[in-house]
Design a protein around this ligand. Structure first.
Ligand SMILES: CC(C)(COP(=O)(O)OP(=O)(O)OC[C@H]1O[C@@H](n2cnc3c(N)ncnc32)[C@H](O)[C@@H]1OP(=O)(O)O)[C@@H](O)C(=O)NCCC(=O)NCCS
Length: 170
Protein backbone atom coordinates (compact mmCIF):
# COMPACT_ATOMS: atom_id res chain seq x y z
CA UNK A 1 0.00 0.00 0.00
CA UNK A 2 1.33 3.43 -0.92
CA UNK A 3 -1.12 5.46 1.17
CA UNK A 4 0.18 7.84 3.81
CA UNK A 5 -1.53 9.43 6.81
CA UNK A 6 -1.04 13.15 7.41
CA UNK A 7 -2.78 16.07 9.13
CA UNK A 8 -5.57 17.62 7.06
CA UNK A 9 -5.14 21.15 5.71
CA UNK A 10 -7.88 23.70 5.00
CA UNK A 11 -8.04 22.71 1.33
CA UNK A 12 -9.02 19.15 2.38
CA UNK A 13 -12.16 20.16 4.30
CA UNK A 14 -14.70 19.67 1.51
CA UNK A 15 -13.36 16.22 0.65
CA UNK A 16 -13.20 15.21 4.33
CA UNK A 17 -16.85 16.24 4.76
CA UNK A 18 -17.74 14.21 1.65
CA UNK A 19 -15.90 11.10 2.89
CA UNK A 20 -17.48 11.27 6.35
CA UNK A 21 -20.96 11.76 4.89
CA UNK A 22 -20.75 8.96 2.33
CA UNK A 23 -19.08 6.54 4.75
CA UNK A 24 -21.63 7.25 7.47
CA UNK A 25 -24.62 6.80 5.13
CA UNK A 26 -23.19 3.61 3.60
CA UNK A 27 -22.26 2.10 6.96
CA UNK A 28 -25.52 2.78 8.77
CA UNK A 29 -28.30 2.82 6.18
CA UNK A 30 -29.54 -0.59 7.32
CA UNK A 31 -28.87 -0.01 11.01
CA UNK A 32 -30.16 3.44 11.94
CA UNK A 33 -33.37 5.41 11.24
CA UNK A 34 -33.01 7.83 8.29
CA UNK A 35 -33.87 10.78 10.55
CA UNK A 36 -30.99 9.99 12.89
CA UNK A 37 -28.58 9.66 9.97
CA UNK A 38 -29.71 12.98 8.47
CA UNK A 39 -29.41 14.70 11.85
CA UNK A 40 -25.89 13.39 12.45
CA UNK A 41 -24.66 14.25 8.98
CA UNK A 42 -26.11 17.77 9.29
CA UNK A 43 -24.62 18.39 12.74
CA UNK A 44 -21.17 16.87 12.29
CA UNK A 45 -20.28 16.63 8.63
CA UNK A 46 -21.19 19.95 7.06
CA UNK A 47 -18.21 21.34 5.12
CA UNK A 48 -18.15 24.52 7.21
CA UNK A 49 -17.99 22.67 10.52
CA UNK A 50 -15.31 20.33 9.21
CA UNK A 51 -13.32 23.34 7.97
CA UNK A 52 -13.50 24.94 11.43
CA UNK A 53 -12.20 21.71 12.96
CA UNK A 54 -9.26 21.19 10.61
CA UNK A 55 -6.86 23.01 12.96
CA UNK A 56 -5.70 21.03 15.96
CA UNK A 57 -6.56 22.21 19.47
CA UNK A 58 -4.37 19.91 21.56
CA UNK A 59 -4.66 18.03 23.74
CA UNK A 60 -8.48 18.05 23.39
CA UNK A 61 -8.42 17.61 19.59
CA UNK A 62 -5.44 16.64 17.42
CA UNK A 63 -7.11 17.77 14.20
CA UNK A 64 -8.41 15.69 11.30
CA UNK A 65 -5.94 13.17 9.96
CA UNK A 66 -6.34 11.98 6.37
CA UNK A 67 -5.24 8.97 4.35
CA UNK A 68 -3.92 10.00 0.95
CA UNK A 69 -2.92 7.84 -1.98
CA UNK A 70 -1.72 9.08 -5.36
CA UNK A 71 -3.01 12.56 -4.55
CA UNK A 72 -6.51 11.35 -3.57
CA UNK A 73 -7.99 11.53 -0.08
CA UNK A 74 -9.57 8.20 0.84
CA UNK A 75 -10.25 8.42 4.58
CA UNK A 76 -10.30 10.64 7.64
CA UNK A 77 -9.96 10.19 11.39
CA UNK A 78 -9.54 12.28 14.49
CA UNK A 79 -8.91 11.95 18.19
CA UNK A 80 -7.87 13.78 21.31
CA UNK A 81 -7.51 13.54 25.08
CA UNK A 82 -10.57 13.55 27.33
CA UNK A 83 -8.53 13.73 30.55
CA UNK A 84 -5.01 13.05 31.78
CA UNK A 85 -3.78 9.78 30.32
CA UNK A 86 -7.04 9.00 28.50
CA UNK A 87 -7.47 9.36 24.74
CA UNK A 88 -10.56 9.10 22.55
CA UNK A 89 -10.87 8.16 18.88
CA UNK A 90 -13.69 10.51 17.86
CA UNK A 91 -14.17 9.36 14.29
CA UNK A 92 -12.76 7.21 11.52
CA UNK A 93 -14.35 7.00 8.08
CA UNK A 94 -13.23 5.67 4.73
CA UNK A 95 -14.50 6.15 1.23
CA UNK A 96 -16.86 3.11 1.12
CA UNK A 97 -15.04 1.71 -1.97
CA UNK A 98 -11.73 1.61 -0.13
CA UNK A 99 -12.47 -0.65 2.80
CA UNK A 100 -10.52 -3.67 3.86
CA UNK A 101 -7.10 -2.83 2.52
CA UNK A 102 -5.46 -1.40 5.59
CA UNK A 103 -6.43 2.28 5.38
CA UNK A 104 -8.46 2.12 8.60
CA UNK A 105 -5.49 0.61 10.40
CA UNK A 106 -3.20 3.31 8.97
CA UNK A 107 -5.45 6.07 10.33
CA UNK A 108 -6.11 4.36 13.65
CA UNK A 109 -2.37 3.84 14.23
CA UNK A 110 -1.74 7.50 13.56
CA UNK A 111 -4.36 8.69 16.08
CA UNK A 112 -3.07 6.18 18.64
CA UNK A 113 0.45 7.55 18.20
CA UNK A 114 -0.86 11.07 18.81
CA UNK A 115 -2.60 9.91 21.98
CA UNK A 116 0.50 8.06 23.13
CA UNK A 117 2.67 11.12 22.48
CA UNK A 118 0.30 13.17 24.64
CA UNK A 119 0.83 10.76 27.54
CA UNK A 120 -2.17 8.50 26.90
CA UNK A 121 -2.15 5.05 28.43
CA UNK A 122 -5.61 4.04 27.16
CA UNK A 123 -7.80 4.79 24.14
CA UNK A 124 -11.60 4.75 24.13
CA UNK A 125 -14.18 4.93 21.35
CA UNK A 126 -17.90 4.55 20.70
CA UNK A 127 -19.35 2.31 18.04
CA UNK A 128 -23.04 1.66 17.37
CA UNK A 129 -24.36 -1.58 18.78
CA UNK A 130 -25.02 -3.77 15.75
CA UNK A 131 -22.21 -2.27 13.66
CA UNK A 132 -20.56 -5.62 13.02
CA UNK A 133 -17.96 -4.17 10.66
CA UNK A 134 -16.88 -1.43 13.07
CA UNK A 135 -16.83 -3.75 16.08
CA UNK A 136 -14.95 -6.41 14.08
CA UNK A 137 -12.35 -3.84 13.04
CA UNK A 138 -11.83 -2.54 16.57
CA UNK A 139 -11.64 -6.02 18.07
CA UNK A 140 -9.03 -6.96 15.46
CA UNK A 141 -7.08 -3.90 16.54
CA UNK A 142 -7.06 -4.77 20.24
CA UNK A 143 -10.13 -2.95 21.62
CA UNK A 144 -12.38 -4.65 24.16
CA UNK A 145 -16.05 -3.88 24.87
CA UNK A 146 -16.63 -2.19 28.24
CA UNK A 147 -20.22 -0.89 28.48
CA UNK A 148 -23.20 0.32 26.46
CA UNK A 149 -24.48 3.91 26.57
CA UNK A 150 -27.15 5.97 24.83
CA UNK A 151 -25.70 7.17 21.52
CA UNK A 152 -24.84 10.83 20.99
CA UNK A 153 -27.74 12.72 19.31
CA UNK A 154 -30.05 9.86 20.29
CA UNK A 155 -33.48 10.95 21.50
CA UNK A 156 -35.23 9.26 24.39
CA UNK A 157 -37.63 7.45 22.05
CA UNK A 158 -35.21 6.08 19.44
CA UNK A 159 -33.25 3.77 21.75
CA UNK A 160 -30.03 4.00 19.75
CA UNK A 161 -27.15 2.69 21.81
CA UNK A 162 -23.41 2.68 21.45
CA UNK A 163 -20.79 0.30 22.70
CA UNK A 164 -17.86 1.88 24.52
CA UNK A 165 -14.62 0.05 23.73
CA UNK A 166 -11.16 0.49 25.23
CA UNK A 167 -7.60 -0.46 24.38
CA UNK A 168 -4.81 -0.17 26.91
CA UNK A 169 -1.55 1.14 25.43
CA UNK A 170 1.61 -0.65 26.40
C1 LIG B 1 -14.32 0.46 10.09
C2 LIG B 1 -13.31 0.95 9.05
C3 LIG B 1 -12.68 2.26 9.52
C4 LIG B 1 -12.21 -0.14 8.93
O1 LIG B 1 -11.21 0.28 8.01
P1 LIG B 1 -10.62 -0.74 6.93
O2 LIG B 1 -9.53 -0.06 6.17
O3 LIG B 1 -11.75 -1.30 6.15
O4 LIG B 1 -9.99 -1.86 7.87
P2 LIG B 1 -8.57 -2.62 7.67
O5 LIG B 1 -8.39 -3.00 6.24
O6 LIG B 1 -7.49 -1.80 8.28
O7 LIG B 1 -8.88 -3.93 8.53
C5 LIG B 1 -8.09 -4.36 9.61
C6 LIG B 1 -8.72 -5.59 10.22
O8 LIG B 1 -9.94 -5.23 10.88
C7 LIG B 1 -10.89 -6.31 10.74
N1 LIG B 1 -12.04 -5.83 9.93
C8 LIG B 1 -12.06 -4.79 9.06
N2 LIG B 1 -13.29 -4.66 8.50
C9 LIG B 1 -14.04 -5.64 9.03
C10 LIG B 1 -15.38 -6.06 8.82
N3 LIG B 1 -16.18 -5.43 7.94
N4 LIG B 1 -15.84 -7.10 9.54
C11 LIG B 1 -15.04 -7.77 10.42
N5 LIG B 1 -13.75 -7.44 10.64
C12 LIG B 1 -13.26 -6.39 9.95
C13 LIG B 1 -10.16 -7.43 10.00
O9 LIG B 1 -9.54 -8.26 10.95
C14 LIG B 1 -9.12 -6.64 9.22
O10 LIG B 1 -8.00 -7.40 8.86
P3 LIG B 1 -8.05 -8.31 7.50
O11 LIG B 1 -8.64 -7.47 6.41
O12 LIG B 1 -6.63 -8.68 7.30
O13 LIG B 1 -8.95 -9.46 7.84
C15 LIG B 1 -13.95 1.16 7.65
O14 LIG B 1 -14.45 -0.05 7.17
C16 LIG B 1 -15.06 2.19 7.63
O15 LIG B 1 -14.84 3.37 7.37
N6 LIG B 1 -16.31 1.76 7.87
C17 LIG B 1 -17.44 2.65 7.85
C18 LIG B 1 -17.50 3.58 9.03
C19 LIG B 1 -17.33 2.88 10.36
O16 LIG B 1 -17.86 1.81 10.58
N7 LIG B 1 -16.54 3.51 11.23
C20 LIG B 1 -16.22 2.92 12.51
C21 LIG B 1 -17.31 3.00 13.48
S1 LIG B 1 -17.26 4.51 14.41
Amino acid sequence: MTAVARPAISADATRVAEICTSAYRAAYQDLLPPGYIDRTVAVYFGAERVARQVPADPPRWFGYQVAEEDGRLLGAAGGGMTRDGVGELHLIYLDPRERRRGLGTLLLDRVIEQIRAAGGTEVWLSVFLGDAAGIGFYRARGFQPVETVQAGLSRADDHIRSLRMRRMLE
